[in-house]
Write a protein that binds this ligand. Structure first.
Ligand code: MN
Length: 706
């Protein structure tokens, strides 16, 4: 393990102006925090952050990146905190460490490989600063380099993740060396037989043909000398994994693969790149379709090079990349080149791409299309900053707009799951449905049979898809309820006049009213758009309004002149069992009021008109109409349930009026036919017991309701 001064010296080699105190401080702090922890290999845990820092030092990265590497596991694995790091170092460093911690936490659950692309996007979306990804990649690289200490199962899991996510991510960052090394280690874990067989074939080939790499290198050098161009030539056999991939992609046997060797010419100037190209093409045949000029058309990650394949010695294909030293640096370290230092100053590589520009450039090309193949696979960070990515319990990634709630999540998986959503767990904890989801959270939707969308959900959902689905189902649900309710209201009203609400009768009404069918009539009765009595008067004009008056049976109350007719006051709707009083009206029978009716206050100074009355057993009408005033939460099913509750008490609903309909509640007046006060009390108790009933009282108005 590097000690503090060795590490500092390595940094100072390329960056003499590095902040010594801060780097040493980070070294000591992380060392103290990881005190007592060990790795699987038995080494002190602290050797890991030091190794990660060393990887980034090789890339000549800036102080902040090196310090973040040293601290990268302190928030996750020790008692170190964001606040402490911000105070001891800088808030910026605390942010970077926090960013790495978030990515580490994401890694914990298993991911399916088909989700890899989304996962990579998530990584980028979560990393406001690309240095977070650089540290994370170095972290993964060191963990892969030491993976032999892990149990096999763990090795396989990590290797899959590396293949699916980290290696392509390194490639996207332009760090090809890292991509290759990650792939090679993962390949060794996942398919050791294939890797061994490729290596064996290389050895066999070498025996047969000699050291091809040095021969071809010599050939290229000779050509360059002939044309008086200065430069260095490097050759190498390709990595087993990239050969394996080519064999898979092209479905070729090893022996038929042409490009298993790669050569690179590093020149002193851009002009020399073209000179080398010209020289090589004059000496050997260029293979058609293999020439690419990434110098005049750089790749979006800043990569520049000339690629060509020629038919070289013995007709063997030789792949050659030609570039300058600066182009080479960018090709190897990619976006990281932006932060790299040389002799104490930012390397100032003219080809290093400013990450911000890199991204802008990406989107522009992304949007102008035409570049699909290459650019579709690239992602602009900001493009995803208005999105959140969450996981299903299976590890699938769900992309939602910022501000989305578990309800949106549910509907985005399947409308059926949305409809039956009864609750949600985020990262294992029950949360309200209106909770705003955050990047990387894992969301589990709790469904319940019989659960139906509620009107309030429209304000909870953010996505158009969820909102539309909720509206649609509310309309359908409402209609269903209204039809049911209408049926009940029609049945009672028709029975009242000795008729039956047959479907034939209702269809007739529909025709007269210009509606589609009988159900449409019922739906309107149920939603109180038309009254059941109105419908009866359409069908049977002669019966219309017969029972509209408050006429009650004779001699229902005593204390009257025999034969006198009483009228039941509609303001208080007294029922048997309640204390009552009569108020005399000249030329009309007395009006029966409940003793606590508010209208009586106006009659206080007319004691002559008060008649003492009380109910007689068995002599009054069998049912009495009473209005109750109910406030219900506006959930589907509640209205229907209330009607059922009333029915269960053997009371009929004779009419229903909505007085207020808000998104979250209804206020309505329900007319119920009851026998007496006891019966009414039972009905009211049953209704009030329902949890969705907010308030309920007997309707006592000074005037008859509108
Ligand atoms: Mn780590």
């Amino acid at each position: 393990m590097l000690d503090a001064s060795d590490l500092l010296n390595l940094v100072k080699n390329y960056n003499p102006k590095a902040n010594e105190a801060l780097i040493l401080g980070a070294y000591d702090y992380a060392c103290a925090m990881h005190e007592g922890q060990t790795r699987r290999s038995g080494e002190p845990y602290f050797s890991h952050p030091v190794a990660v820092a060393a990887i980034l030092i090789e890339q000549r990265l800036d102080d902040a990146t090196i310090i973040t590497a040293l601290l990268h596991d302190t928030i996750e694995d020790t008692k170190g905190t964001y606040g402490e790091i911000a105070a001891r170092f800088t808030p910026r460093i605390a942010e970077l460490v926090d960013g790495v911690t978030k990515l580490t936490n994401l890694e914990l659950s298993n991911r399916e490989s088909k989700q890899a692309e989304n996962f990579r996007k998530l990584f980028m979306a979560m990393s406001k600063d690309m240095r977070v990804i650089l540290v994370k990649l170095a972290d993964r690289l060191h963990n892969m380099r030491t993976i032999r200490h892990s149990p096999h199962e763990q090795q396989v899991k990590k290797a899959h993740e590396t293949m699916d996510i980290y290696a392509p991510l390194a490639g996207r960052m332009g760090m090809n060396w890292m991509r290759e090394e990650l792939e090679d280690i993962a390949f060794r874990v996942l398919n050791p037989e294939a890797r061994d067989s490729i290596i064996r074939r290389f050895l066999t080939l070498q025996k047969a043909t000699g050291d091809v790499v040095s021969k071809i290198t010599y050939d290229i050098e000779t050509v360059m000398e002939k044309y008086c161009i200065e430069g260095e030539v490097f050759g190498r056999a390709k990595k087993p994994f990239s050969i394996w991939r080519k064999m898979q992609e092209k479905k070729l046997a090893f022996s038929r693969l042409s490009d298993i060797y790669g050569f690179r010419v590093i020149t002193r100037s851009e002009g020399d790149c073209y000179n080398v190209l010209g020289a090589i093409h004059q000496c050997w045949y260029a293979v058609p379709g293999r020439f690419k000029d990434y110098i005049s058309q750089p790749k979006s990650n800043g990569y520049r090079s000339i690629h060509t394949t020629v038919s070289g010695r013995d007709g063997k294909r030789v792949e050659i990349q030609i570039r300058t030293r600066q182009m080479h640096d960018v090709a190897e370290s990619g976006v990281a080149a932006h932060w790299s230092y040389r002799d104490g100053i930012r390397a100032g590589n003219p080809f290093a791409v400013d990450p911000a520009k890199w991204l802008t450039n990406l989107t522009e090309r992304f949007e102008t299309a035409g570049y699909h193949d290459e650019f579709l696979e690239h992602v602009k960070l900001e493009m995803y900053s208005d999105k959140v990515f969450c996981f299903t319990p299976k590890g699938d990634v769900v992309k939602l707009p910022k501000g989305a709630t578990p309800l949106d999540f549910a509907y985005s998986i399947h409308t059926r799951i949305g409809y039956s959503c009864a609750g949600a767990k985020v990262d294992g904890l029950r949360v309200p449905l209106w909770t705003r989801l955050k990047n990387g959270q894992s969301v589990e939707i709790i469904t319940a049979e019989g659960q139906t969308p509620q009107a309030a959900w429209i304000d909870v959902a953010v996505t158009g898809r969820a909102k539309a689905a909720i509206r649609r189902s509310l309309r359908e649900e409402d209609r269903g309820h209204y039809i049911k309710l209408g049926q009940e209201l029609a049945r009672v009203a028709f029975a009242h006049v000795g008729k039956k609400a047959t479907s034939k009768a209702l269809d007739t009404v529909a025709r007269i009213m210009g509606l589609k069918n009988g159900d449409e009539v019922l739906a309107r009765i149920g939603s109180a758009e038309v009254s059941a009595r109105g419908v009866i008067s359409i069908l049977y004009p002669e019966l219309g309004g017969r029972d509209a008056a408050g006429v009650e049976a004779h001699r229902a109350v005593i204390g009257l002149t025999p034969g006198a007719t009483t009228y039941r006051a509609q303001c208080c709707q007294a029922v048997p069992g309640e204390r009552i009083v009569g108020i005399a009206y000249p030329g009309l029978g007395p009006m029966v009021h409940a003793i606590d009716c508010p209208t009586l206050a106006d009659l206080d100074d007319e004691p002559d008109r008060w008649i003492d009355l009380h109910w007689t057993e068995g002599r009054h009408a069998p049912v009495h109409n009473v209005t109750i005033n109910v406030t219900l939460s506006n959930d589907n099913g509640v209205l229907g349930r209330i009607c059922t509750l009333i029915g269960e008490q053997n009371a009929n609903i004779s009419d229903l009026h909505f007085i207020d309909r808000k998104p979250d509640f209804y206020r309505l007046l329900i007319d119920v036919d009851v026998r007496d006060a006891k019966h009414l009390h039972a009905v009211m108790m049953a209704v009030e017991a329902d949890s969705d009933v907010a308030t309920m009282e007997r309707y006592r108005a000074l005037e008859r309701r509108p």
